[in-house]
Design a protein around this ligand. Structure first.
Ligand code: FAD
Length: 378
């Protein structure tokens, strides 16, 4: 597509904001449309952990590429984004989980990503508030943390500085590859349309296999120095990608403010955003098992949000297989803050016809549409 073309991006979450920024810098005339304030969907609910995950080659490639893009941006991010390269500490409770630590270490070593195995004593030194007697852990030192809504605002501000137009308070009723129909009936014509509407993308693009997956988070009062890394149990992966059942996992994050962000839970087939006290209790109990002192910290806020989950745990990025001009950028589940920048670079490559830095194939919408869900290859 010619770079002077008009592109309408539906969704001003972190994914839509990153896409608007990338396309504006490619020379497109971009309009971003959202029914709600910037970054108030999953982007306001997310944890803002930017890890390089390893549960498939395609997920690793997109996370790693995206993290390198965050690294490039780091010096220019405003203080409000609270960028912190605090690293991730995966903790193991027993020998079986230590075997997983060594498997992960080998995976990262083979791909040239720094990872350090810690023994029981080193884990206790790294995070003195963890319970005694953990078997060990794995530190990924270059993993990062940001504050997602301010990051989305920053990306969108850069897009606006490059000429993008933003329409907030504007619900979209329908889209195709050439136009966006607003709830008011007004039409916005474009040469291409990007559906970056998060878990609600399905309402605008029927046939897309994306399900909402509810999550809870708790934030504490300020306890500077209490926690140094984003710390997760190794069981997190089972919780994130395992079964359809409700699950909780120990996942705690240090904020620049000294606050602790405590997660996380996963629930399918729940559309009610209200806090579920049963799940919340399970989540806190799990956190206390690993970090007993959490039990006496003050929590100041609890909230929920919805991740956009796909059957193969990979996002949906690229052209709609049947509708010319329509592009999809959703299905990021629990990694959309991380992979927003890589997603934007892939959408940019699709629209400009230039080569992408990573293979775009595993994320193409065609694998999940047209009636058959084709799983990616490891
Ligand atoms: C509890 C929890 C913890 C998480 N932790 C992390 C983490 O640590 N790291 C990480 O990388 N990711 C994390 N995530 C995932 C991350 O938050 C999401 O993947 C990411 O925010 C998705 O961004 P988005 O822009 O696609 O969606 P959203 O932020 O949901 O944005 C979509 C936008 O589209 C708009 N929209 C939808 N439909 C319409 C319509 N019809 N008309 C107009 N506008 C519309 C919405 O108003 C919304 O603003 C977490 C998510 C949750 C819920």
């Amino acid at each position: 597509m010619k770079s002077a073309g008009r592109v309408a991006v539906v969704g001003a979450g972190i994914v839509g904001a990153a896409i608007a920024r990338a396309l504006t810098s490619d020379g497109f005339r971009v309009t971003v449309i959202d029914s709600r304030p910037i970054g108030s969907g999953a982007t306001a609910a997310g944890m803002g952990h930017i890890p390089v995950m390893d549960d498939s080659e395609a997920q690793f490639a997109l996370c790693r590429y995206s993290q390198s893009l965050w690294d490039e941006l780091a010096d220019r991010l405003p203080a409000s984004v609270e960028f912190d390269r605090c690293g991730t500490l995966w903790v193991a409770t027993d020998d079986e989980e230590m075997a997983e630590v060594h498997r992960k270490k080998q995976f990262y070593d083979e791909r040239g990503l720094e990872a350090r195995v810690l023994d029981s004593k080193q884990v206790a030194e790294a995070e003195p508030n963890l319970r005694a007697g953990l078997a060990g852990g794995l530190v990924i030192p270059r993993d990062q943390v940001i504050y997602p809504p301010c990051a989305a605002q920053f990306l969108l501000d850069e897009a606006v500085a490059g000429g993008a137009e933003v329409k907030i308070g504007t619900p979209v009723q329908a889209i195709d590859g050439r136009s966006v129909t607003l709830a008011t009936g007004k039409k916005i014509e474009a040469d291409a349309v990007v559906n970056a509407a998060g878990w609600q993308a399905v309402a605008l693009t029927p046939g897309l296999v994306v399900r909402p997956r509810k999550g809870h988070l708790v934030i504490t009062d300020r306890y500077p120095g209490y926690l140094h890394h984003q710390v997760l149990e190794l069981g997190y992966l089972k919780s994130a990608h395992g079964s359809d059942h409700d699950s909780v996992a120990f996942n705690v994050q240090p904020r620049r403010t000294g606050q602790l962000l405590v997660g996380s839970s996963r629930q399918f087939d729940v559309s009610d955003p209200k806090v579920d006290n049963h799940i919340l209790k399970r989540m806190i109990d799990r956190a206390v098992e690993y970090m007993p002192g959490i039990a006496v910290l003050s929590a100041i806020r609890v909230w929920t949000g919805f991740r956009a989950a796909t059957p193969d745990s990979l996002p949906v990025i690229g052209p709609h297989p049947e509708i010319d001009g329509l592009f999809l950028a959703t299905g990021h589940e629990g990694l959309g803050i991380t992979t927003s920048l890589g997603t934007a670079a892939l959408i940019s490559a699709h629209l400009t016809g230039q080569d992408a830095a990573i293979d775009p194939t595993p994320y193409l919408p065609s694998r999940l549409m047209g009636g058959v869900a084709v799983h990616h290859h490891e």
